[in-house]
Design a protein around this ligand. Structure first.
Ligand code: KG4
Ligand code: ZN
Length: 330
C-alpha cells in the first residue's frame, strides 16, 4: 500500500511516498531556514507564501523519485496541525485537491503523532506500550503510546518548548538560527561542567519547564559573555545543553519505569541532538529508539507512515477536513 504524505506545518515543505507504513520510497524536504534566518526566527506570512511556491514541485519530485504514478497511490496523508495556520492551509488544500481528483482516501494527520511514527521507518518495530518523548520547536510532550492511535498524555512544557529554549539561548549567545544545531556545534569541545545551571524538576508531575533555565543563561551571558569571548560562550552553551538533556532524560526514564513501557521512542527536531540520544540510551533500562536526524526534524515520510496505520485501522477523513493549528495529542 503506497501513501503520499504532505507536510507544511512550519518551515519545511515536504512530500514523501511510503510503502506499507515502513518503507520510504522517497522523502523530499525543502527547508526554508535560509529564508527565515535573516529574521532570527520563522515569519508565518513568509512561510505560507513559500509553501505555496514549493509544494507542487516538491510533491512532483517525491512522486518521481518513488517512481510512482498517481494511479499507484492508495491514499493521501496530510498534516492538519499543530502548526502555523497559513502554512497548514497550503498542505491541506493541495492534499484535498489531489485526493478529489484521483479519487483517493484523504487522511488528516496530527503532526506530533507523525513525529512518533518516524520510529517505524527504519526497519524497527516498536514494542508497545512505549514511552514517547516529542521534543521540537513548539512542543515538549511526554506520552504513553498504548496502541496505534491510543495515547495517554503524561506531561508537556509549561512554558518554552525544548527546541524553543535552544533557539532562544542561541540567540542570546549570538550563535544563529536554528539554535539547536548551533548550540550542539558550539558545545562540541566545550566544558559542560563549567556552570551548574538550574534544572526545573517540577516534582510529582511529568511536565517540563525551560524558561527559568533560559533566564539563567541570559543573566550568565550578560555577566560573563563579554569578557570571556568564544570560549566562555561555548561553555555556557554546553552547560545549557547539559541541563536540558539532564531534565529530559531523567523525567523520561523515570516515567518509562513507572509505567512499565517496553520501549522509549524519541521524536522531533531536538531528538537529533547527539548528547540527548547518547544519554537516553545510556540511562534507560529499556531499549531506546531514535530516528535518524533527517527523520527527527520535520518530514513527510512520518506523516505517510502514520496515515498507513490510520487507514489500515479503517479510519479516513471527510472532505470537510480542516486545519487544527492548536491540535493536541491524546
Ligand atoms: O521538529 P522540528 O523540525 O520542527 C517543529 O515541529 O518544531 O524541530 C525544530 C526544532 C528547533 O527548535 C531546532 O532548534 C531544534 O528542533 N533542533 C535541535 C537540533 N536540531 C534541531 N535541538 C537540539 N539539538 C539539535 N541537534
Ligand atoms: Zn515537528
Amino acid at each position: 500500500m503506497k501513501i503520499l504524505g504532505i507536510e507544511t506545518s512550519c518551515d519545511e515543505t515536504a512530500a514523501a511516498v511510503v510503502q506499507d507504513g515502513q518503507e520510504i520510497l522517497s522523502n523530499v524536504i525543502a527547508s526554508q531556514v535560509d529564508l527565515h534566518s535573516r529574521y532570527g526566527g520563522i515569519v508565518p506570512e513568509v512561510a505560507s507564501r513559500q509553501h505555496l511556491l514549493a509544494a507542487i514541485p516538491i510533491i512532483q519530485e517525491a512522486m518521481a523519485q518513488a517512481q510512482t504514478h498517481w494511479s499507484d497511490l492508495d491514499a493521501i496523508a496530510v498534516t492538519i496541525g499543530p502548526g502555523l495556520a497559513g502554512s497548514l492551509l497550503v498542505g491541506v488544500n493541495i492534499a484535498k485537491a489531489i485526493a478529489l481528483a484521483q479519487g483517493l482516501p484523504l487522511l488528516g494527520i496530527n503532526h506530533l503523532e507523525g513525529h512518533i511514527y518516524a520510529n517505524w521507518l527504519e526497519g524497527s518495530a516498536p514494542d508497545l506500550p512505549a514511552l514517547c518523548l516529542i521534543v521540537s520547536g513548539g512542543h515538549s510532550d511526554l506520552l504513553l503510546m498504548r496502541g496505534h492511535g491510543d495515547y495517554q498524555p503524561l506531561g508537556r512544557t509549561r512554558d518554552d518548548a525544548a527546541g524553543e529554549a535552544f533557539d532562544k539561548v542561541a540567540r542570546i549567545l549570538g550563535l544563529g538560527y536554528p539554535g539547536g544545531p548551533a548550540i550542539e556545534q558550539a558545545s562540541r569541545d566545550a566544558n559542560s561542567a563549567r556552570y551548574r545551571l538550574p534544572r526545573a524538576w517540577l516534582k510529582d508531575t511529568d511536565d517540563f519547564s525551560f524558561s527559568g533555565l533560559k533566564t539563567a543563561v541570559l543573566h550568565l551571558a550578560a555577566e560573563k559573555g563579554e569578557e570571556g569571548g568564544e570560549n566562555e560562550k561555548a561553555a555556557i552553551a554546553a552547560s545549557f545543553q547539559e541541563a536540558v538533556v539532564d531534565v529530559l532524560v531523567t523525567k523520561t526514564v523515570s516515567a518509562a519505569k513507572r509505567l512499565g513501557a517496553h520501549h522509549i521512542l524519541l521524536g522531533g527536531g531536538v531528538a537529533s541532538n547527539r548528547l540527548l540520544r547518547q544519554r537516553m540510551a545510556a540511562r534507560s533500562p529499556i531499549p531506546v529508539l531514535t530516528p535518524s536526524p533527517i527523520l527527527c526534524t520535520d518530514n513527510a515520510a512520518m506523516i505517510a507512515s502514520c496515515g498507513y496505520f490510520r487507514l489500515t485501522a479503517g479510519t479516513c477523513s471527510g472532505w470537510d477536513l480542516d486545519i487544527a493549528p492548536n491540535l493536541r495529542l491524546g
